[in-house]
Ligand binder design. Sequence first.
Ligand code: HEC
Length: 143
Amino acid sequence: MQNQKKMSHLSALSLAAFLTIAAMPSHADAPYTVTNDGKALDSNSYQGYTVFRQWCARCHGTFGQGSPKAPNLAESLATLSHQEYTKTVTSGQVSPARKVTKSGRMPAWKRNGTVMKNADNIYSYLKARADGAIGTVSPQLGQ
Ligand code: HEC
């Protein structure tokens, strides 16, 4: 009798723990790791940031925050799937509404080996921005 009571108490506890974890706004499947109070990135995401700076920032802003030339990718990546992201980066994008503007267009990067090799790393960086895990700060290389 004593034992049985203990058991049900335990399972109630683990159920509560499970529910707490399930309800947390967790980014358990996040492709990045942010440390040092939101200032440092894992090496893949950090690499993504450096390639982003080199090839993407001139239109999308230093931290992907957007510019008059191109949209805020911290916002885009909140809804864009990884697959849609990869398709846009590979083949470019001209939305009908933008076709006749002078704001520039999203180039196709399929012939740029550096960008294509790092497309997933750039995605990881932008996802960290979209999730608010890192802000508009120059990241450090963590771990
Ligand atoms: C010459 C300017 C320019 C450069 C450089 C550039 N982009 Fe873009 N990008 C754009 C424009 C303009 C759009 C909006 C296109 C549209 O919707 O017509 C865009 C759209 C996107 C989108 C889709 C956003 C959405 O909400 O649909 C992604 C993702 C993206 N760019 C990623 C990148 C990445 C990654 C790089 C660097 C490898 C990059 N861009 C470099 C101009 C640029």
